[in-house]
Design a protein around this ligand. Structure first.
Ligand SMILES: Cc1ncc(COP(=O)(O)O)c(C=O)c1O
Length: 439
């Protein structure tokens, strides 16, 4: 190849991401849990922390232009409406929706999925129709379908996992068939961290004409989401897991799908005309937003999306994988620890584990003494825990602001917990309290 046609060789290894470059933007990270005990926040899969930009966006609504949206003709209401709709535009751009009409504000992932079940599910699915899920779903993407199955006689089928926690695509192929009407799946497991092969799943669903719903609750905090490229019909996610406020979430839906769906809640704002005997629904997205929406929270979510859009995701992905790999290696080196976590290169940032003879609740409480915040229980994924054959697990979940020293704090705290329990074990064989599994 001549030098004039030689490609410019660039390194594929992204410049390392330094979490300390952004930690100061998150005020909670500076606090101590108790005097002298700094916080090590490893519960990001439950709720992530907020940067100042999100806090200030919510604060400015509360202190400068508190008003209802879409209804007033005064300055404050116009400003509130503009900020609320700007947030919708930011979300639409960030996830590559065609336009704002495809973005519905809800209270969170759970409400978004329920909306699809109650509207699309109730009107489009017949008894005997099938919905395909995976073995790793959160209850939010499971219970609405169980309710629909009970109500309408639809059948739920489950694609299984490989032993390493990744999705078994052959099993998925066996579940998808001519009766499949919907494939609803999580993009990232909140227990195993598994990143699912979204494009492959969507292609299989589309091959039989089934709709797709992506539960992106965990995914959105770990990289950009492109609903157009992925070709999903619906996507659901929550503000509080992507550095935004609680009480706000998104249902993305392809316009053709949403237009064909009836509203679920009736009330103000979702109607164009109301008479004693009839009403005409408003256009998208308002048809699905009855009543006063969570305005401050939507504005905060808009700020969170702007924060996410500015980040270098190649570098952050490498950083998060490094955290997962070192947490897995470090925890695996501790006697009695069993890991339940997908391989680091297919893991969005979650490391679940058990410690022989120690209930995860006890473990979490002892870790808290060291300032290490983790989750313990079944993480709203009981069927997955049944599949794994464990009553509960402890879960450390990482995100972009976590650093290597926090992995070490986690490991040392687990070692400390083991020493506490082994000491009490040696005093009395029953001294280690075993609490019941949570429901
Ligand atoms: C994968 C997944 N889906 C759905 C949800 C439900 O989210 P929310 O409680 O914000 O509605 C969660 C929450 O942990 C989750 O991890």
């Amino acid at each position: 190849m001549s030098s004039s046609t030689a490609p410019i060789i660039t390194s594929e290894v992204p410049a390392p991401f330094d979490p300390w470059s952004i930690r100061s933007r998150f005020p909670v990270l500076t606090r101590e849990v108790r005097p002298g005990v700094p916080l090590v926040y490893l519960d990001n899969a439950a709720t992530s922390l907020k940067p100042w930009s999100v806090i200030r966006a919510v604060q400015s609504y509360d202190t400068e232009f508190t008003a209802n949206v879409h209804r007033g003709l005064h300055t404050l209401s116009e400003e509130a409406t503009a900020a609320y709709e700007e947030a919708r535009t930011s979300v639409a751009r960030y996830i590559h929706a065609r336009d704002e009409s495809e973005i519905i504000f809800t209270r969170g992932t759970t409400e978004s999925i329920n909306l699809v079940a109650l509207s699309f599910g109730r009107t489009r699915l017949q008894p005997g129709d099938e919905i395909v899920l995976t073995a790793l779903e959160h209850h939010a993407n499971l219970v609405p379908w169980l309710m629909l199955a009970r109500e309408r006689g639809v059948v739920l089928r489950y694609a299984e996992l490989h032993p390493d926690g990744t999705l078994d695509l052959d099993s998925l192929d066996r579940q998808i068939g001519s009766r499949t009407r919907l494939v609803a799946f999580s993009g990232m497991s909140n227990v195993l961290g598994t990143l699912l092969p979204i494009a492959e799943i969507v292609a299989r669903a589309q091959a039989v004409g089934a709709a797709t719903l992506l539960d992106a609750a965990q995914l959105v905090a770990h990289g950009p989401l492109d609903v157009a490229a992925l070709g999903v019909d619906f996507a659901a996610f929550s503000g509080h897991k992507m550095f935004g406020p609680t009480g706000i979430g998104i249902l993305y839906g392809r316009r053709e799908r949403l237009e064909a769906m009836p509203p679920v809640l009736g009330g103000g704002d979702m109607v164009l005309e109301v008479h004693r005997d009839r009403a005409e629904w408003n256009e998208l997205p308002y048809k699905f937003e009855a009543g006063t929406p969570p305005i401050a929270q939507a504005i905060g979510l808009g700020a969170a999306v702007q924060f996410l859009a500015e980040l270098d995701w190649d570098a952050i992905t490498a950083h998060q994988q490094q955290l997962v790999a070192s947490a897995q290696a470090r925890l695996a080196s501790i006697s009695g620890v069993r890991l339940f976590s997908a391989p680091a290169y297919q893991n969005g940032g979650v490391v679940s584990f058990t410690v022989d003879g120690v209930h995860p609740h006890d473990l979490a409480q002892i870790l808290d003494r060291r300032g290490v915040a983790i989750r313990a229980g079944q993480h709203c994924a009981m069927p997955l825990h049944e599949t794994l054959g464990i009553p509960a697990s402890a879960r450390a979940s990482f995100c972009l602001y976590n650093c290597q020293s926090e992995v070490e704090s986690l490991a040392q705290a687990v070692e400390y917990a083991c020493s506490v329990f082994h000491r009490s074990d040696s005093r009395s064989p029953n001294a280690a309290r075993k609490s019941p599994a949570d429901g």
